[in-house]
Design a protein around this ligand. Sequence first.
Ligand SMILES: NC(=O)N[C@@H](O)C(=O)O
Ligand code: NI
Length: 182
Amino acid sequence: MGPMTPDTGGDDAATVTARPITADAFAPFGELITADRTPPRTINQGLCQRFTDLARLDAGDGRIGVSLFRAQVRTLPHRLDLMERHPGGSQCFVPLDGSHVLVTVAPDIGGAPGTPRAFLAGPDQPVNIGRNVWHGVLTPIAGSGLFLVLDRLGPGRNLEEHRLRRPVLIRLPPAGSADATA
Ligand SMILES: NC(=O)N[C@@H](O)C(=O)O
Ligand code: NI
């Protein structure tokens, strides 16, 4: 499946600039899984460093399932008109095959998404989106679009969707800006 044609928001869309993800900036929405936040423990006869407990996987009354998502690679700017959340559990996306992903999240404002935040995560940057956190669906922007996904499997509804009253156009940082090269 080739990349979709560029998403354009038309002139009715608000604009959000995607920034390279950092653990601190993403912390209100979940975890960036990275080895530089905790000291490792040396294991396996000194041949391996274990960085432990880097994300809170939450399955509520269900269980954590292991799935593969092969998502269509999008191009930027990306038009966001739908956000969702999973009241029953977290959702962790682990890039495979060198995939890059646009992660869009938002605070909850009275039961609806507030102003979205957009992050760029590279092929070595798995992210875990916290339970009941508003987010855009898996949106790869480079690579194969293949991800390992750890999320809740179990009874009952675990998906709440919200169509944005005003679509958002998510773009890369302007060329030459500090983030453009990160
Ligand atoms: N629905 C589903 O399995 N995927 C979405 O939740 C998503 O965030 O991509
Ligand atoms: Ni989701």
